[in-house]
Write a protein that binds this ligand. Structure first.
Ligand code: HPA
Length: 248
């Protein structure tokens, strides 16, 4: 059985139903992770949990130390990681409250520490990133959603933007021309760093708003919050099912 971790994003600073066993704070060469890593039991199965934005959700996407987070999980012995992410929907099938397991990424972020191989160890690594997500874990997430009889979009391209502001309508039109279906601020460099460490990583995305210009008017925070809340119970069910079926 491989050790599974969930990195919680917006709306998921805690893992509902997790019976906490202990907190671990591995010190990494990059500093501490966003919060202590929680080791617990979800329905009797061991699970690690790390809130990406810190315990009080105070770390914005461009300030998350993605290297420290992934390194800390690796040091806890974790082998598989689900990155939860609230996203905006660009394409038709990806409206608010849709759950999705994307299969591609385009990275529009900048100024983030993108690699563990920054030249300081005199070593260069070029990971293969043709398929940025671990297909085994993607399929396990899709199976878990189907076992719960929940609709989930299989695939889609995640456009990772810098944030913390939301995009302009023109930026979203550009992402759409590029082929993005979803837009979020935390998908990269998380996925690439996981690959560098040999972790099996997949993104479980939930749409909390139409991306800029895709609906009339401005994007309202109350709308995002309501959609986060509306997705919560389904996400919990899928994760609980995934953890139970860990022998995938
Ligand atoms: N853009 C970027 N990130 C997001 C969005 C968005 O519209 N919604 C939730 N995260």
């Amino acid at each position: 059985m491989s050790r599974l971790a969930v990195i919680g994003g917006s709306g998921f600073a805690t893992m509902p139903g997790l019976e906490v066993l202990d907190h671990q704070q591995p010190d990494t060469p990059y500093g501490p992770p966003s919060a202590p890593v929680i080791r617990g039991l979800l329905g009797g199965t061991e699970l690690w949990f790390l809130p990406r934005h810190g315990t009080g959700h105070g770390i914005p996407p461009h300030r998350v130390d993605y290297r420290a987070n992934l390194r800390a999980l690796k040091d806890c012995g974790v082998e598989r990681v689900v990155g939860l992410g609230a996203v905006g929907g660009i394409g038709g099938a990806y409206g608010p409250r849709v759950l999705a397991v994307p299969d591609q990424i385009i990275d529009y972020t900048y100024g983030r520490a993108q690699s563990f191989y920054d030249g300081d160890q005199n070593e260069v690594l070029h990971i293969d990133f043709t398929r940025p997500y671990c297909e085994d874990l993607r399929q396990a997430l899709l199976r878990a959603a189907r076992d719960c009889e929940l609709d989930v979009e299989d695939g889609g391209t995640y456009g990772a933007t810098q944030g913390p502001r939301l995009e302009t309508a023109a930026e979203i039109r550009r992402l759409e021309r590029d082929g993005c279906d979803l837009v979020g601020m935390t998908g990269m460099p998380e996925a690439a760093l996981a690959r560098e460490l040999g972790l099996c990583y997949a993104c479980f995305a939930f749409v909390v708003n139409w991306a800029a210009g895709k609906a009339s008017g401005e994007i309202r925070m109350e709308e995002i919050e309501a959609n986060v809340a509306a997705c919560g119970a389904r996400i919990e069910r899928v994760l609980a099912t995934l953890v139970r079926a860990q022998c995938y």
